[in-house]
Design a protein around this ligand. Structure first.
Ligand code: SIN
Ligand code: CO
Length: 395
């Protein structure tokens, strides 16, 4: 697909136009982004997921038994859902793409953006009146209306220090003023793109309101510096430290002079400014799985010959939902493939293939080092064989 072709998903705009005019800049309402969209999940199935151990979920009750805007965390049970009133609450389930293949499949539509920028698909269900209050998020999001109707209002860009309501567990803005022309009722298949920092407020208007949030992630400066320094720090020799062979006689023994600060600054900046270490850290950081229990290693030992035979017999390896892949070429046909926070030095065509969209079938095998690397990723659980229909029924 050319970046200049019009896409229904982007309201007839091309990827290039969308990136230039809207991405990280301003909101965009796209009517009929997914024409005739039918939710692959019902509110009851979402509630079922929220009852499962290991699935991250929250319940927001505007008029909770213990006070306004009460937030509770899953797993929930049937008793929780049966005590809830007829309106004004929201159930939010994180990373549904990890658990529901049909939801994971939606992510393909967003591959015009780097895959390692994607975070997850969060799904909310709310009866009429349900909302999480007017708020602001620090990440880009595509809000796809999957069923029912939601009333969205936008309040413009909000400063970091904007006051929030005190004494509750939610970050609800104290002041929210709807911007002219930014007030819409979204129907199934409609989608709203929001860049970071834009105040928004979405209220359910129907019994079956499901909203899918395709969320992106970007490390904060704080996280980036701390994490890169930690990664680098583990590899630095103890002997690399502040040194002052150019020391001049001191006029005041307690003074930290300009030369001392310049030496320290040089030590820090020169140590940090290492492009190859930056690549190694960034690839690991951006493919770090969302949850520490992911991926789950295969129970059986992966036999390379058996894997080759299975691919040659027409089977295809799948990227495990929730696994993250990225690659960086180094020239001379070599690359680093990053998978779920680990790095693998390999052939560059192989790295691009594994981190790409195409199926991993027998065509992959002739690439140098392919059988061993595919077997390793299968063993780690980042790749897997498709589930047989019977297995799927069990989950
Ligand atoms: C929701 O789906 O209720 C909230 C999504 C959001 O505002 O980020
Ligand atoms: Co939000």
């Amino acid at each position: 697909m050319s970046p200049d072709s019009p896409l229904t998903l982007l309201g007839g705009r091309s990827v290039r136009d969308f990136l230039r005019e809207y991405w990280q800049k301003k909101p965009l309402l796209i009517r009929g982004a997914f024409p005739d969209f039918v939710s692959p999940l019902s509110p009851e199935e979402l509630a079922g997921l929220a009852c499962e151990e290991g699935v991250e979920s929250r319940l927001v009750e505007e008029h909770g038994p213990d006070g306004p805007w009460q937030v509770s965390h899953g797993p929930f049970d049937e008793a929780t859902f049966s005590r809830l009133p007829a309106r004004d609450w929201t159930l939010l389930v994180q990373a549904v793409d990890h658990y529901v293949p049909e939801v994971d499949a939606l992510l393909e539509h967003f591959h015009f953006l780097p895959r390692w920028r994607l975070d997850d698909i969060m799904i909310s269900y709310a009866p009429p009146g349900g909302s999480v209050g007017p708020h602001v998020d620090q990440y880009d999001v595509f809000l796809l209306q999957a069923s029912g109707t939601r009333h969205w209002q936008l309040g413009g860009l909000v400063a970091d220090e904007a006051p929030i309501v005190q004494g509750i567990d939610l970050k609800i803005l104290e002041h929210f003023t709807v911007q002219p022309g930014q007030d819409w009722h979204l129907e199934p298949g409609d989608m709203l793109y929001l860049p970071p920092g834009v105040a928004h407020h979405g209220v359910s208007e129907s019994e079956d309101c499901l909203t899918f949030s395709v969320g992106f992630r970007a490390l904060s400066a704080d996280e980036s510096i701390t994490s890169f320094a930690d990664y680098l720090g583990e590899q630095l020799p103890d002997s690399l430290r502040y040194a002052d062979p150019d020391l001049e006689p001191a006029t005041q023994p307690g003074e930290i002079d300009d030369a001392a600060l310049a030496r320290m600054r040089r030590l820090i900046l020169e140590t940090l400014d290492d492009p190859s270490q930056l690549t190694q850290w960034f690839g690991r950081a951006m493919t770090q799985p969302k949850y520490p229990d992911h991926p789950v290693p295969a129970e059986e030992t992966t036999d390379v010959d058996a894997l080759v035979a299975a691919l040659q017999a027409g089977e295809t390896l799948e990227r495990t939902p929730g696994s993250r892949f990225a690659h960086r070429d180094h020239g001379e046909s070599r690359a680093t493939l990053f998978v779920d926070g680990d790095a693998h030095d390999c052939d560059s065509t192989l790295a691009a293939r594994i981190a790409g969209d195409e199926p991993l079938d027998a065509d992959t095998l002739p690439l140098p080092g392919a059988p061993a690397l595919l077997a390793e990723l299968l063993q780690r659980g980042s790749l897997g064989w498709p589930l047989a229909p019977d297995d799927e029924d069990d989950t």
